[in-house]
Write a protein of this length. Structure first.
Length: 173
């Protein structure tokens, strides 16, 4: 009986240790998410409430699913993902300007293609999101979406390598 208790306790300790290990980055499943900057708690927002085109920036995080702090993530047939403004008509997605600033624009084309993954350092740790621009043509616009105070609008794509822990991730629906 004593050896059985010890083996159960050992298994519980091993399971707890496994949970505490950093998670590998995993693909984000389709859904609506909020991306919050870890530095100041601001959220990645659309150009303006109910707007569908223009420069993306950081703003107040909100709880309403119809507000500018929520983004729809959806897998494309080519393996990249769209990060779009939910309910926009016509549909608009996170895209890049020629200077690598991030904007909401037409969902078509290589500049609206992303890889979105997530991970965590373990129980009680923030779940982070890694949003990387990955055009399927392997063009020179690869890079990670970061909050950069030195850039107008504060959101830019920077070339890899960059640590992926830039955004706290919350699933909205």
């Amino acid at each position: 009986m004593r050896s059985r208790v010890i083996s159960v306790m050992a298994a519980a300790v091993a399971a707890t240790a496994a949970l505490a290990q950093p998670a590998q980055a995993a693909p984000l499943v389709d859904g609506v998410y909020r991306f919050a900057a870890l530095q100041d708690g601001k959220c990645l927002i659309w150009p303006k409430p109910n707007g569908n085109r223009g420069m993306v920036s950081l703003g107040d995080c909100t709880e309403n699913t119809n507000t500018s702090a929520n983004w729809q993530v959806r897998l494309r047939p080519n393996g990249t993902m769209e990060v779009s403004t939910p309910g926009s008509n016509p549909r608009t997605c996170l895209s890049l300007a020629t200077d690598y600033k991030v904007m909401a624009n037409d969902c078509a084309g290589k500049y609206a293609e992303w890889t979105v993954s997530y991970g965590s350092a373990g129980p009680g740790s923030a779940v982070w999101a890694d949003i990387e621009h990955t055009p399927s043509d392997q063009s020179n616009s690869w890079g990670k979406l970061v909050d950069d105070p030195g850039v107008t609008g504060r959101i830019i794509v920077r070339r890899v390598p960059i640590e992926p822990h830039y955004w706290a991730l919350q699933q909205v629906s």
